[in-house]
Write a protein that binds this ligand. Structure first.
Ligand SMILES: Cc1cc2nc3c(=O)[nH]c(=O)nc-3n(C[C@H](O)[C@H](O)[C@H](O)COP(=O)(O)OP(=O)(O)OC[C@H]3O[C@@H](n4cnc5c(N)ncnc54)[C@H](O)[C@@H]3O)c2cc1C
Length: 354
């Protein structure tokens, strides 16, 4: 590769760093990724919902607006990635059912619907039997239901696989070392390497503040699990199901390989990633109440991950002391990846992005 191209060093190979690396490479940059454990952070742990609408709350209009922008980028991002990686990235545009079990859950859905109406967002109110006609594994005991077509999903592990394939195919250098210090043009690593570059991007998730002191990003724990549909269950779900179950929230995200991801807790416990019996029990109990056929699925994995969350739940994508920061994407980092890559590409070009 000719060395007259500008060179960017990107610290962190989660979904944000990998997406930035891919888009920068497409834009003609020479790219070095630095990460001792690529793809094993929050991005590996996620459920992969691309859900700007059903993940938003009325108190966070900025999160909703960014999420909607990112969701609009996803179909093209997925198609370009599938092309460049020469393998699928697990994008599923089947939409999301939102359901409630009891009367209080139904009031919660009504509240969500008035928020959607206020923002003129697309949704279809359904009777429980209409919902069951479309997703037959749903419980016969629902109190309320609606369908949100714009909230889609991606198999985040397939996505990381495709991004890794792109790294190989496009000649991006992957250095498996831990960065210890960064400045506008250097990354120094624990192994003693110094990488010189025309620009440095830090996308190190919850570890970003260790490299850029003063940034307010904290870990928020999520416990989550995977089950496998079997011959006995058949294909239980085609679309994501989000449910309010006696006031608690659970989601079920089907994968094309027959798995369903069920999640997730939100816990302020520092860096603790223990999986607890109580959390797994609650998730399974709520999931079984919404989709009783889960009982026949095989439980194949439980795990916990740490979301990189900023104080205002908005991502931090700006230059700090000469270094480009792309971090703090919180509970929506998979959704926001195309937008983060786009913003970082513009920053690298010297374009100011609002
Ligand atoms: C249980 C759970 C469910 C989730 N579900 C969803 C969902 O449905 N939809 C959604 O959009 N988002 C979801 N998220 C959030 C999403 O996973 C994150 O926002 C996103 O993965 C953050 O990506 P990242 O690249 O910033 O961080 P990470 O994936 O954590 O990557 C950071 C990388 O930086 C590396 N690194 C750290 N320090 C250094 C260093 N000093 N030198 C070099 N490398 C370093 C790490 O090894 C790691 O690979 C979920 C998260 C969790 C935990």
């Amino acid at each position: 590769m000719p060395h007259d191209r500008p060179h960017v060093a990107i610290v962190g190979a989660g979904v944000i760093g990998l997406s930035c690396a891919w888009q920068a490479r497409r834009d003609g940059w020479r790219v070095t990724l630095i990460d001792p454990h690529p793809m094993r952070g929050s991005s590996w742990a996620a459920a992969g919902m691309l859900a700007p609408v059903t993940e938003s709350t009325p108190s966070e209009p900025g999160v909703l607006e960014l999420g909607l922008q990112a969701a609009r980028l996803w179909p093209q991002f997925a198609s370009d990635l599938t092309h460049d990686a020469a393998q699928p990235c697990g994008f599923n545009d089947a939409g999301t059912f939102v359901v409630g079990i009891d009367r209080d859950d139904a009031s919660e859905l009504t509240r969500v619907q008035s928020q959607l109406a206020a923002y003129q967002l697309d949704y279809t109110p359904l009777t429980p039997s209409e919902a069951r006609a479309r997703e037959s594994a749903l419980s016969p005991h629902l109190s309320s239901a609606m369908f949100v077509p714009g909230d889609t999903s991606v198999d985040n592990r397939a996505l990381l696989g495709a991004l890794t394939a792109v790294v190989d195919r496009l000649g991006i250098t992957m250095l498996r070392e831990r960065a210890t210090t960064v400045d506008a043009q250097h990354v120094r690593t624990a192994a003693g390497s110094t990488i010189m570059a025309d620009a440095v991007v830090v996308a190190a998730g919850i570890d970003t503040p260790a490299l850029i002191p003063g940034l307010d990003i904290r870990p928020v724990k999520g416990q989550i699990l995977r089950v496998l549909m079997t011959g006995a269950t058949g294909k239980l779900l085609t679309a994501t199901v989000r449910a309010c179950v006696h006031g608690r929230h659970v989601y079920l995200v089907p994968r094309s390989n027959g798995e369903i991801v069920i999640g997730a807790t939100m816990e302020e416990r520092g860096r603790d990633i223990a999986v607890t019996v109580g959390a797994v029990g609650d998730l399974l109990q709520d999931a079984r109440e919404v989709v009783p056929g889960i009982d026949e699925c095989e439980l194949i994995e439980t795990w916990a991950g740490l979301r990189p969350v900023s104080r205002d739940n908005l991502p931090i994508m700006r230059i700090v002391n000469g270094v480009v920061v792309a971090s703090g994407h919180g509970r929506n980092g998979i959704l926001l990846a195309p937008l983060a890559a786009h913003v970082v590409k513009d920053i690298l070009k010297g374009v100011v992005t609002p």
